[in-house]
Design a binder for this molecule. Structure first.
Ligand SMILES: [Zn+2]
Ligand SMILES: [Zn+2]
Length: 198
């Protein structure tokens, strides 16, 4: 905990580097979940201005793959790009409840342009119910925050980290997500600081 506070102090020294992050709801998202993702992002990226867009993006039906019963993540990312142009923020994080995939993977918890301005996360496989466990809002929120911080880290240009407790560790399964923290390891953190300084 002490370590995390030191990190926040370091990051807060860079006043000229405020990144604007907008959360874009894609389809219906539980209001308390959206707010908690927002709070989590504000905590991890303290020199950032985070807010939820009023507009809700309808779930793009043309991204649906009937055979897989999933939505093509990269296709949706392209559509989120329009909102970046409209809102002039540095990063738009799409949040959706539908199941996402990319061409070479059976599913993804999220995806982002790296570096870039567009990210998406899906709640679908983060819900404990997906693995047959009882619903648990706190667990869901914690997982959402980790995946949101991770994808936004990619938009800054961060790659995957080998440290299994760093938020930039690649989640191959939900166990990886649960193991890692919502914060950056020291190495990734110093990269974030450098990138925000530019
Ligand atoms: Zn990643
Ligand atoms: Zn790391």
């Amino acid at each position: 905990m002490k370590h995390q506070h030191q990190d926040l102090e370091i990051l807060s020294q860079f006043k000229g580097s405020i990144m604007r992050i907008a959360i874009l709801r894609i389809g219906t998202i539980d209001e308390s979940i959206q707010k908690k993702i927002l709070i989590g992002l504000k905590e991890i990226y303290p020199e950032n201005e985070c807010f939820i867009l009023d507009k809700i993006m309808p779930i793009p039906t043309d991204a649906y793959n009937q055979a897989r019963e999933q939505f093509h993540s990269t296709h949706i990312l392209g559509k989120i790009g329009n909102y970046v142009r409209q809102t002039q923020v540095d990063c738009v994080l799409g949040v959706t409840s539908v199941d996402l995939y990319v061409s070479n993977l059976s599913f993804v918890f999220g995806e982002a342009t790296c570096p870039g301005k567009i990210a998406i996360i899906s709640l679908f496989r983060l819900r404990p119910e997906f693995c047959g466990q009882p619903a648990n809002r706190e667990v869901l929120v914690e997982r959402c925050v980790k995946e949101a911080v991770h994808e936004i880290g990619h938009t800054l240009g961060l790659k995957h980290c080998q440290n299994p407790i760093c938020v930039m560790f690649f989640s191959n399964s939900i166990l990886d997500t649960d193991r890692k923290r919502r914060t950056f390891c020291e190495k990734c953190h110093s990269k974030v600081v450098k990138l925000l300084r530019r």
